[in-house]
Design a protein around this ligand. Sequence first.
Ligand code: ZN
Length: 428
Amino acid sequence: MSRFRMYPTGEQAERMLLHCAHARYVWNLAVEQHASWRPGRRSAPGFAEQCRQLTEARRENDWLAAGNADVQQQALQDFAKARAARFASGFGEPTWRRKHVHEGFRVIGTDRVPESHPDGSPKLNARGRQVMGRSVVVQRLNRRWARAKVPGCGWVRFRLTHAGLPQAKTFRITFRNQQWHIAFAVIPTPIDAPGTGEVIGIDRGVKITAALSDGRKLNCPQLTVRERARIRKHQRRAARAPRGSEAKATEFAKVARLKAREADRRKDWCEKTSTMLARTCRLIRFEKLTITTMTCSAKGTVEQPGRNVRQKAGLNRVILAQGWGLLRRRTGEKAPGRVEDVPAPYTSLRCSACGWIEKDSRKSQAEFVCVSCGFACNADENAAVNVAAGQGGIPRPRRAAGAGGVTAAVGRSSAREPQPVRVGIPLP
Ligand SMILES: [Zn+2]
């Protein structure tokens, strides 16, 4: 990802926030147009029609006309793309953008550059003329700084943390947690597989974020105890400050900054770890987790309130703080075609040495001692080795097992995994 921290001056930041507001307004109008569609009505306007309506709206509203037309139109373009990709993107139907939360806008490059085919030959149109494409206007200032042209703001500086200047047609500017970022729309080249045929399995857990099948244990950095105490302190002060006061807002801002720091740390760790995995392993196997179901609330309904709601909320928070989903997604993006999801059942109960599956083998959270062959190992590492074996490596237990006895009928268990009762399940 070509994303850099941006440092606008106060004046520029003010203008850019205005751009954000316009883009958000236009986007939300588009959402509303599509949300109010009902069977029997004419279809909601598409991109071209929306652009015509935008021009009309700009003619009638001075405050909208004061903004940049390209920024507003790009918001419509973004919406059209998001809507077209709603079944495949994983984000679903585009929804509302909120102030202070979804602040950002897209800028389309104003430079014209000759376009070329992937093999390097120039792209020609039907008449044999060179096709010109868009390009963003960026300039390198020195080794560490560069600047980009943002409409209405002139040159805005950003910190250049990669070797080269990014080549892109558009970029997106975002404002989150009091930080400006610029992200260029570049598709990064996938990382090549190493020559070695190494297959690695990864077991994601709460105690150890990622246990690798080669014995390494990777942990996602969390907030320190002192930082967590500071969060609680500011939350307490915010709760006691009078409603609507400046003190309350200040305390909340301090909490937000600390939480943003945690998210930054997690993201940084996920990026570095996924790059490491993509560089050193030919095939990367994750156990298949449905994090949305794992972290759903235990709250229940008013008629049927859930139990242990606070505890479940705490566990959910810990799970989400591990960045499981982000690690899987970024690894998949960096090593396309080299990442597999292995169904999770029994990976933590199966002995990776002999294949025996038994609940009693797992002595504690960390300890695994096979009741059949006596193989002892860290439980997470054992699970990671099982994951590395892949989907074919773990046979499902049968209802009527052979020599070892009979397993109980597999019902829907409330436990983390369907667990065989009392008897071990021998392998066929
Ligand atoms: Zn064993």
